[in-house]
Design a protein around this ligand. Structure first.
Ligand code: TXA
Ligand code: MG
Length: 293
């Protein structure tokens, strides 16, 4: 019932916040430039930042890609539906506004039954960034989505993965644009060596997801080395294996929920123990670095 309603809204050019396993997305018909334009306006997102296009199958992804390299097929078969976005050359049917004028598109098949039902019922791929205003924390529950952002919020419960997808470019030799919960060595075992994108200069366009001010809570957040003491005053200290889980996947699953909750408490600071520089922690560490600024 609610999925049918949401799908009708997508077909009518409206914006629907929808659940995925990573974070909630703010979706529009990927073929409808005017609807996609409204995503940028609602989020206050710069037009230089390309959107991910969500698909319900590998077939739909292939139909949107001008080139679907063997590595894309291998990774899609292994990880889709799941938290991996593949950047490949795009077909002209995808409007330029979706990809910020880039000749490439980020494609992902999300692992949430409501997201897949929504794409199927709408009958079109759904362009969608995370359903938060630009630079704010991504939503991991329907309640986190600001009411003014979407025409409708489809509630699919709390996000299971909890941080945004791994973004991997397969345009030329593979490049990791954004780490997520999939450890890089696991991907390399399937497709060979993957370069890691260097942090770009401010305003750079090549890997816009590396924008340093993404994912920031309103409360100042400090990343502390193990054993380092938190500041004086009224704050929250998040230690690994104490206030926060010891396991990196469990940690990722509760990270944004925890930051959303603490942010609402108007503390002076949030201090977070720095996770180890290990592949399983790369996604969490990346988001914490950005949150700390
Ligand atoms: O888990 C996720 O990826 C969530 C859910 C909703 O799918 N979406 C998400 O979207 O995090 P967003 O817009 O917040 O982040 C998309 C990332 C950005 O880092 C963007 O730069 C990158 O994907 N991206 C998208 N298309 C790209 C392209 N053609 N080339 C390079 N990077 C691209
Ligand atoms: Mg985002």
């Amino acid at each position: 019932m609610s999925v049918e309603h949401a799908a009708a809204l997508i077909r009518a050019g409206k914006l629907v916040a929808f659940p995925t396993e990573t974070v909630y997305g703010l979706g529009a018909n990927a073929f409808d430039s005017a609807a996609v334009e409204r995503i940028f306006t609602a989020k206050g997102r710069p037009h230089t930042s390309p959107l991910i296009v969500h698909v319900d199958s590998i077939e739909m992804a292939r139909a949107l890609a001008a080139c679907w390299p063997p590595a894309a097929e291998t990774l899609a078969r292994r990880y889709w539906p799941g938290p991996l976005t593949l950047v490949v050359p795009k077909r002209p049917e995808i409007p330029d506004i979706v990809t910020a004028g880039l000749p490439t598109v980020g494609l992902r098949m999300p692992a949430h039954p409501l997201a897949l039902e929504l794409i199927r019922a709408a009958g079109v791929p759904i362009a969608g960034p995370s359903a938060n205003r630009f630079t704010e924390l991504s939503p991991t529950t329907a309640g986190h989505v600001a009411e003014s952002l979407a025409d409708y919020v489809l509630d699919g419960g709390p996000a299971r993965v909890g941080i945004e997808s791994t973004v991997l470019s397969l345009v030329g030799s593979p490049v990791l644009l954004r780490p997520g919960v999939i450890p890089l060595p696991e991907i390399e075992a399937l497709i060979g060596p993957v370069e890691t994108a260097a942090a770009p200069a401010p305003g750079a366009h090549a890997s816009p997801g590396m924008h340093p001010r993404h994912y920031r809570p309103a409360t100042p957040l400090y990343l502390l080395d193990p054993g380092e003491r938190p500041p004086e005053g009224n704050g929250a200290f998040l230690r690994i294996g104490q206030e926060m889980p010891l396991d990196p996947l469990e940690y990722a699953a509760v990270l944004y929920e925890t930051l959303h909750r603490l942010d609402a408490q108007r503390l002076d600071w949030i201090a977070v123990e720095r996770p180890p520089e290990a592949p399983e922690w790369a996604g969490v560490l990346d988001r914490l670095r950005r949150a700390a600024g």
